[in-house]
Design a protein around this ligand. Sequence first.
Ligand code: PMP
Length: 397
Amino acid sequence: MKIENPNPIQWHFAERAQKLQSSVIREILKITMRPEIISFAGGLPSPATFPVERMKAAFDTVLSNNGKVALQYGPTDGYLPLREWVANSLSIDGATISPEQVLMVSGSQQGLDLLGKVLIDEGSKVLVETPSYLGALQAFSVYGPEFVSIPTDDSGLLPEAVGSVGAGARLLYALPNFQNPTGRTLSLERRVALVDTCARLGLPLIEDDPYGSLSYNGAPLPKMLTMNPNGVIYMGSFSKVLTPGIRLGYVVAPQPLVRKLEQAKQATDLHTAQLTQMVVHEVIKDGFLAEHIPIIRALYADRCAAMLAALTEFFPAEVSWTKPEGGMFIWVTLPQHIDSMALLDEAIAQNVAFVPGAPFYANDPQHNTLRLSFVTVTPERIREGVAKLGKLIAAKL
Ligand code: PMP
């Protein structure tokens, strides 16, 4: 029976909920879904690389051979054969990672939230790069940390800047490979120095690495996890090497932490879908990624080269940008007086979009920066979009 004229609820949100904000990127994406827009805004992988047929066949195999298990509840830490696969793939360069250290999560974004939940108190010091991944800032913010921004340059964050502020911090969040948003890579020397500094301080070091295998040429640099498996928390994802729609990632952490994360995950969603974990295992177990990842790398390298060439051709000399060796992003620095948020309005009026840089800073936003993503746009449209942006910028000089 339906109640007549119920009073509207005056929502009293928890303090925590008041800290929740929509990501600026998601808001911009809503505007830029229109097909006429040349969008450098999304952080989406190229759908051209999604192995649809392969996934279809794997769903069929899993459901035919093991359907009753795939459709049942599963363990919180994840599907064991897949955890074994992850542990094996990271047992390199002399490190031994055990499956017990691996927690499968519903996208590595969930891993960030769980890490925030178990490591951050109100006012805890959390060290982040300048700039850093917006989604991590968003996830950690809910737990009320005091963000400390660590300076960076073209070779990534400066480990010597960690020493003075790292004591007593709860964690350092690092993105060593083809960073989101800048596309920069942390040099080998600095990896060693950072792992060493964090170990001396007893500071947990999070290595968020969704783009690590997307280097355009050459082998990726050694993972910090392998330098100190007892002090580094590694986060990986199938989003950029397979498909993001399956929402599957993993956290690798020392035993006491991984068990705590497991409890937090149990309270959140019991476990990540067993069906998708089994399907992904079916797809990758016989070496599929070794054939598939080079296809993604080649496509992204081509698009990156097209964008770098267009930037050189059309952007004024007063503008600078990063030159990524992998991944999906280029970071642009405009002359100090140009606000990229205002530039975005003008760009959208001309059917071009990007993400303004300010939201990627935990402190002291640099309003003259922006992020360009090139992987979902054809070289012709990249050239056209960059030419339009170049004109808009030149008019402001
Ligand atoms: N970390 C970084 C640096 C990212 O760029 C992303 C995706 N944009 C994530 C984590 C989250 O990835 P997912 O949840 O799809 O695994």
